[in-house]
Design a protein around this ligand. Structure first.
Ligand code: PLP
Length: 396
């Protein structure tokens, strides 16, 4: 379909591939070609495509009840919340429909906690350069990348962005109006930059010392992706609020904002709402996703197979002049290259492997959490071959 003919706003630089069927790690296009999927709909289909247990639960729910309204008790939503709180090691959950919306809820909760519970005029959120927090007005303002802000002025007040890995920059930015610091444990869209563990602990300590909240955006890193239920578990830090979306329901649209018990006091009846948050359908998909991940120990699996993928890539690409660094956490892996990687993404696709970039120069690999060793090997071979052909390794 040409751009002019399409009835869609052309907000996505779409690749002409039309994917029509998926199973596990594999996708098929409308011409019958098969692809190994190492992007998982951008960290969404963490259980692979069309996972049977989630599908069965959704079908059962479709025949029972789709939607009632949050003006009633929704038993499935209660169950989804208690399961999520358990695996998240946190206390309270607000369900919504996307990552941006979960971050909006986090920002609103931080402000409301100070303004209604503490009686303090705190509202400002400190975020990091290279971060990504979403595309709504508040979350694009929170995002530490100018490209998402162009043409959308005026931006909402109350956000300040500081350079990452500079604890003094945060210290200097904190003032009497600061409500929270908001971070990603691995800056994913920004180029797959895991935060240095010591820096992450310093941020946590600074938040405690200053009496402000720590918000962690786990929209991409959560739900087992980085080898723990949530990336901050691997870092051993304890945020006041964190957010989740992408992998939460295996591809059914859903998001959640998760917080500590003392914050319940700030989000009272009528303070925040969304029509579709935690419907019986979404909740069924969330419950089935969590149960499947528990049964098959998928976070542990992501740590293991992610380590294997990282090792194989590092060994295979070692000394390649086009590759600057291979980094990441669990199954969120970036290969930083010397030049833009757009061509390599297309070359991979022509060889039957789907992956995506993160910023101009970084190849990002996001396979599903069931990916096999054999599939890992196939992906490494294809990624390495497209890189090696880009810059032929000098002959010995
Ligand atoms: C994708 C993403 C978002 C935005 O999520 P949407 O569901 O697209 O609104 C926010 N934060 C991070 C870290 C993300 O990766």
């Amino acid at each position: 379909m040409t751009q002019e003919k399409s009835s869609l706003f052309q907000t996505y630089a779409r690749n002409p591939l039309a994917l029509v069927k998926g199973e596990g790690s594999w996708l098929w296009d409308d011409q019958g070609n098969k692809y190994l999927d190492f992007m998982s709909g951008l960290a969404v289909t963490n259980l692979g495509h069309a996972p049977k247990k989630v599908g069965d639960k959704l079908k059962e729910q479709i025949d029972t009840l789709w939607h009632t309204s949050n003006l009633f008790v929704i038993p499935k939503q209660e169950e989804a919340a208690s399961k999520l709180a358990e695996v998240a090691q946190a206390d309270a959950v607000f369900f919504c429909n996307s990552g941006a919306e979960s971050n909006e809820a986090a920002i609103k909760l931080a402000r409301r906690y100070f303004q209604k519970v503490k009686g303090e005029d705190r509202y400002e959120i400190i975020t990091l350069g290279k971060s990504f927090h979403g595309r709504t007005l508040a979350t694009l303002t929170a995002t530490g990348q100018d490209k998402v802000k162009e043409g959308f002025l005026p931006l909402p007040a109350g956000f300040v962005t500081v350079p990452p890995h500079d604890i003094q920059a945060i210290e200097q930015a904190v003032n009497g109006h600061t409500a929270a610091v908001m971070i990603e444990m691995v800056q994913a869209e920004g180029g797959v930059y895991p935060l240095d563990p010591e820096y992450a602990r310093q941020i946590e300590q600074l938040c405690r010392d200053k009496g402000i909240l720590l918000i962690v955006d786990e929209v991409q890193t959560g739900m087992g992706r980085t080898g723990a239920w949530f990336a901050h578990h691997r870092y051993g830090i304890k945020p006041d609020i964190f957010t989740v979306a992408k992998g939460i329901a295996s591809g059914f649209p859903a998001g959640a904002m998760i917080g500590r018990a003392y914050l319940k006091e700030a989000f009272t009846a009528g303070s925040h709402a969304t029509t579709f948050g935690g419907t019986p359908l979404a909740s069924s998909a969330i419950i089935a996703t969590i149960e499947t991940m528990q049964e098959d120990r998928l976070p542990e699996r992501a740590a293991e197979i992610g380590g294997l993928l990282m090792d194989k890539l590092r060994k295979r690409l070692h000394g390649n002049p086009f590759v600057k660094e291979v980094r990441g956490l669990g199954l969120l892996i970036g290969i930083e290259c010397a030049e833009p990687v757009g061509e390599l993404v297309l070359a991979g696709q022509q060889r039957g492997l789907l992956f995506v970039s993160a910023g101009p120069n970084v190849i990002r690999l996001l396979p599903n959490l069931y990916v096999t060793e054999e599939e890992v090997q196939q992906a490494v071979d294809i990624v390495a071959s497209v890189i090696e052909e880009k810059v032929p390794t000098p002959s010995a």
